[in-house]
Every structure is written in C-alpha cells, then in structure tokens.
Design a protein around this ligand. Structure first.
Ligand code: TXA
Ligand code: MG
Length: 309
C-alpha cells in the first residue's frame, strides 16, 4: 500500500515499519531509537540476529555523536560520496543499541540520496534500514517486490525508484586502513581515487566473519537454479543476457541490458532474478561473458551469490 511522506512519518512515529525507496534498493525502516520496531525487522525478514543494520542519517555530521573517533579518510569519503550509495562502518559508542550493532563495537552509517528519503529522515531522525526483502532473496527494487514479500497492505513510501538497483558499497575502517566488506553501487576504482590506495576486498573466512557478518549469510538468491558457463547452457530453459548477443532460439531470453551500460544491467538485475520466480522457471543460464572491472565487478559478485556458486 503506497503511503505519503506524512503518513510514513506518522507510522514510524507510532512504532510501525515502513518500506522506503532509496537510490539503491528499498529499505525496511524503523526509527533508530525504537527497539521494539527494530526487533520486528528481524522477525519480519527472517534475518539472523547476528547481522547488524545500517543507520541511515540525513548528513555526515549526524554520525559524529555515535562514533568514538572519526577515522582518517572518513571526511574525504563522506565529502565524495554522501549523499549516495556508500556505507561506512565506524567505531561506535554505546549510544547505539546492541541490537542494531549485533553486539559489534562498530556501526554502519549511510546518507541516502533520494529526495523523498532525505526528507523522511529529516522529519523522523535516523532510521535503521536493511534491504526490504525476505532474508536470502534478491533485494526489492520496485513497489511490486515489496508486495510480493510482505503483502499488499504493507506500507510503502511513494518514491521515484531505485535507479542504482544494487546495494551500497560497504567500507570498514579496521587496523588503520579501509577494507571493503561488500562490493556495491560505487565501484572500487572511485573509492581508490579518494583514498589514494585500492582498498582490499574482504573474502568469506573465519577471520573476516566477526568483522563483516553479511559475508556469512545467504543473499540475493532466487528460487530458480541459476547456472553459467557454456557447458551448463543446455540445462536451462531461460537465459539472462545482453541486447548485443544472440542466444539459442529454443530458450526464452530476459534482457539485462546493454554490454555498454553496466548501470542499466545493475538496475535490472534483481527485477529479472525475481521475474524468474514469478514465471516459475526451474533453471536459467546467465551470460557471464562481460568485463570484470568497475560496476561489472559488483554485478558479477551478485550473480555468483545468486547462483550459490
Ligand atoms: O544500499 C543499501 O545498503 C541498502 C539500503 C536500504 O540502504 N541496505 C542494505 O542493508 O543493503 P542490508 O541490511 O541488507 O545489508 C547491510 C549489510 C549487511 O551485510 C551487514 O552485515 C552489514 O551491512 N553491516 C551492518 N553493520 C555492520 C557493521 N557494524 N560491521 C560490518 N558490517 C555491517
Ligand atoms: Mg540485504
């Protein structure tokens, strides 16, 4: 159910959850200081309690009361990318509920750029928002996706849509340097240009798990079995491919976009992964023959995780 800005503010103030569009994906919002509503986020999503939430703020300085130090490089990152799809994990004070932090000594912050989301946060104060989807499934990038996961009556703030289509890039300050906890809408090359070094990307190991719980959990996967590589094409009835390519005529092709427009491909990715399930597809083949730098690197990582590969 679409709701206006004023209705969304009222709902959040009385302790309800509201799905909120951002420039990346929809978020499932609760007020930062409403522990009961925050508990409901975990229950509604089926989200493991050891997976912390991002705190969405209106401007960079709003993070300052909640962090113990402002690490070197933070101001530059904030100036370059906020408002926008970068999430910074910073040393947190005890003012942040341990439920939000999942008992870590850090907390994640982001300033979203979509106009209506900014206005909402200015009116309600900081909002915690995980992606608005059932845990493990592809994130929601349209109002219809929220309806599919949470029902037609679930309140969704009216907004312009998720133009980036993939989640924010997460960057974590640890041991005096910045490491990437999740590839995302901001390519690594752009972050390197600000920091002066290419940040390391964390891989899923027992060492990184405590630092970046999101690496541990299943993510972005449709029910359909997703395969790639020429040898697997014959298993599939459907293909996720590119406008410039031709594919076997006995398959149904869903087009991700153009090989010249990774932004378009990122924007369409979750919609098409969800469309596979809407069409009850058992097995789909995805064309992975695309570049592996810039935003393509994020697209490739999402596809691997969607395929549980
Ligand atoms: O684009 C986005 O980031 C979207 C929109 C709604 O802002 N949000 C989003 O939230 O993707 P979620 O909850 O689906 O993913 C947040 C990720 C999780 O993998 C979580 O583990 C990680 O952020 N995270 C949160 N707090 C953290 C912390 N203190 N240290 C390390 N990782 C953290
Ligand atoms: Mg998520």
């Amino acid at each position: 159910m679409l709701v206006s800005l004023e209705e969304a503010v009222q709902l959040l103030q009385k302790g309800s959850l509201v799905a909120v569009p951002t420039e990346t994906v929809y978020g499932l919002a609760a007020r930062f200081d409403d522990e009961k509503a925050i508990e409901q986020i975990f229950t509604l999503k089926g989200r493991p309690r050891n997976n912390p939430l991002i705190i969405h703020i209106a401007k960079a300085s709003d993070a300052l009361p909640f962090i113990t130090t402002s690490p070197p490089g933070f101001e530059q990152l904030a100036a370059a990318f906020w408002p926008g799809p970068l999430t910074c994990v910073l040393p947190a004070t005890e003012k942040i509920s341990s439920v939000v932090r999942a008992n870590l000594s850090t907390a994640a912050f982001r300033v979203p750029s979509l106009g209506v989301t900014q206005k909402l946060i200015e009116m309600t104060g900081p909002l915690v928002m995980p992606s608005a989807n059932i845990s493990g499934t592809p994130s929601a990038t349209s109002y219809k996706h929220i309806e599919a996961d949470f029902g037609k009556d679930f309140p969704v703030l009216k907004g312009e849509g998720c133009l980036r289509g993939v989640e924010s890039t997460i960057i974590i300050f640890q041991n005096s340097s910045w490491v990437v906890g999740r590839l995302g809408a901001i390519p690594l090359e752009e972050i390197a240009a600000v920091l002066g070094v290419m940040p390391i990307v964390l891989k899923k190991t027992s060492d990184t798990a405590p630092l970046c719980p999101g690496l541990l959990h299943k993510h972005y996967a449709p029910k359909a079995h997703l395969v790639f590589g020429e040898e697997n094409q014959s298993k599939a009835t459907h293909i996720l491919g590119f406008f410039e390519r031709s594919y076997p005529s006995d398959k149904t092709v869903f087009y991700l976009g153009s090989l010249n427009k990774p932004e378009e491909v990122a924007r369409n990715l979750y919609t098409l992964l969800r469309k596979l399930d809407e069409c009850r597809v058992d097995c789909a083949w995805i064309d992975m023959d695309f570049p592996k730098q810039g935003l393509w690197k994020t697209i490739s990582e999402r596809v691997f995780r969607a395929a549980n590969a």
